[in-house]
Design a protein around this ligand. Structure first.
Ligand SMILES: [Zn+2]
Length: 222
């Protein structure tokens, strides 16, 4: 006998079978979400969130042709405000460091991030297993809130790896392990070498200016 609960679970699993998107790892989901904070366009797994005004045929066609489809959201005030809040959440994560996030933020994130279903897929390569998932979020908010909580989970590798470029005009969110393997401590705070050098040149120039101003004012008072 098939119970109602079994039937409901089968229905959800069938959504996983029918999905056109590839199963992805937690790290991939997180990077796709963080990239959305950097650039106002939805890509990859975020394109499969229900309710987006993206014709399914376009999504399937571009997947079949191996195209990297992205959906710009600048013209959509609702999605733009979801993105703005996500950027605020990521900023709060960076600023909190190892401190707690505000209780209200945590409570909102927990509630939103519970609205997602994960269906596992198992890929063996030479005997090595990688577990990936079809992520079925109820909404874009649910997927993004889930990614913020992944970042905060101490048992996962993302928390210490997550950073924001210290060059103000960039301010991109990024993962150190993606850009700065084995590099200097300073470099860990920048998304790329160029931005570290640009910032150092700018602060170096500032230091010279201050030094000159000090010297000038000292000379005046002689
Ligand atoms: Zn940068």
């Amino acid at each position: 006998m098939v119970t109602d609960l079994q039937q409901q679970i089968s229905n959800v699993l069938a959504v996983g079978e029918a999905t056109t998107g590839a199963a992805v790892s937690e790290g991939d989901l997180l990077r796709t979400a963080v990239e959305f904070a950097n650039t106002p366009a939805l890509r990859g797994v975020l394109l499969h969130v229900p309710g987006l005004k993206l014709p399914r045929s376009i999504a399937e066609d571009s997947l079949a042709r191996g195209l990297d489809l992205s959906l710009h959201i600048s013209g959509d005030p609702e999605l733009s405000s979801v993105r703005e809040r996500y950027r605020e959440d990521l900023t709060a994560v960076i600023e909190a460091g190892s401190d707690a996030l505000p209780a209200r933020t945590i409570s909102r994130l927990k509630q939103a991030a519970a609205r997602i279903v994960l269906i596992p897929r198992y890929a063996f390569t030479n005997g090595d297993l990688r577990v990936r998932y079809h992520y079925l979020p109820e909404s874009l908010e649910a997927a993004l809130a889930y990614s913020v909580l992944l970042l905060r989970d101490n048992s996962r590798p993302f928390r210490a790896d997550f950073a924001r470029c210290k060059l103000e005009r960039c301010s991109r969110f990024f993962f150190r392990s993606d850009t700065a393997k084995g590099q200097s401590r300073q470099r860990q705070f920048y998304c790329c070498d160029d931005h570290m050098l640009e910032k150092h040149r700018a602060t170096g120039a500032l230091r010279v200016q201050r030094h000159r101003a000090k010297k000038a004012s000292a000379a005046k008072h002689k």
